[in-house]
Write a protein that binds this ligand. Structure first.
Ligand SMILES: [Zn+2]
Length: 250
């Protein structure tokens, strides 16, 4: 395969480092069939204006419209399977080489691939929270009635239940973000995989790592601002490149 030289170089950096931390974004899950939530090309926004359905203000006004929009996406996420890039990340952790994965994705695929230490900057779908009394519910029992009948989940108090994903207009979960930032600062090698680093503040994290002395590796189809800060830049497919790096380490 192509990128042989870069892959060998990346493997060498991983062998030499003491603390490798990774950041993954939408591109990491595209091969699993998950559309890029925030990309205009994803098709998700052809039928709806993001601010009108997937912002926190819109949710409070009309949770039904949000869930109607969200329903096919939920089905896609539940049906999705971890791809070779997720499995490679989990393998790097099992090999004792990767300290943590910081992800912008909400699809749970890192955990399903076997990753243990995952920081979900944009939340997840495992739980839902009442917008009125803030009671937290496990999401699984709510999803089937939603998928089957389009039923909007409500709390016992009458408030609508919002999945614990970060909607437009919401702050990132501050404790998760700070913990992820700390991992980045401690790292001496930072790997970006499948993220174009366009959504801040998540996109700032690799820059924090390199400004604290870490070296950088990036695997992403498109060029990013991080490229000129990285020792190894691979404009390739994460599902091919990451397993190749793992293979070069074995
Ligand atoms: Zn409630």
């Amino acid at each position: 395969m192509s990128f042989e030289h870069e892959i060998a170089e990346a493997a060498e950096l991983i062998k030499q480092c003491h603390c490798l931390v990774a950041l993954t974004g939408a591109g990491h899950s595209t091969a699993s069939g998950i559309p890029d939530f925030r990309s205009p090309e994803s098709g998700l926004w052809e039928r709806a204006d993001p601010m009108a359905v997937a912002s926190v203000w819109a949710f409070r006004q009309d949770p039904g419209a949000f869930y109607q929009w969200m329903r096919p996406l939920v089905r896609t996420m539940l049906d999705a399977k971890p791809n070779a890039a997720h499995l490679a990340m989990a393998e790097l952790e099992r090999m004792g080489l990767l300290k943590a994965v910081i992800t912008q994705n909400i699809d749970n695929l890192h955990q399903r691939a076997g990753s243990q230490k995952v920081y979900e900057l944009h939340g997840h779908m495992r739980e839902a929270t009442c917008v009125r009394c803030y009671k937290v519910y496990p999401a699984e029992p709510l999803l089937e009635p939603l998928l089957a009948e389009g039923r909007v989940p409500y709390c016992a108090c009458g408030g609508a239940l919002k999945p614990n994903v970060i909607l437009f207009g919401e702050q990132l979960p501050i404790r998760v973000f700070n913990a992820a930032l700390l991992e980045a600062k401690r790292s001496d090698l930072f790997l970006v995989a499948g993220s174009s680093l366009e959504v801040i503040p998540a996109a700032d994290i690799p820059f924090v790592a390199v400004s604290n002395g870490a070296k950088g590796i990036i695997v992403n189809f498109q060029p990013t601002d991080f490229d000129r800060h990285a020792e190894v830049v691979i404009h390739g497919d994460v599902t091919q490149v990451l397993p190749a790096i793992v293979a070069a380490l074995a």
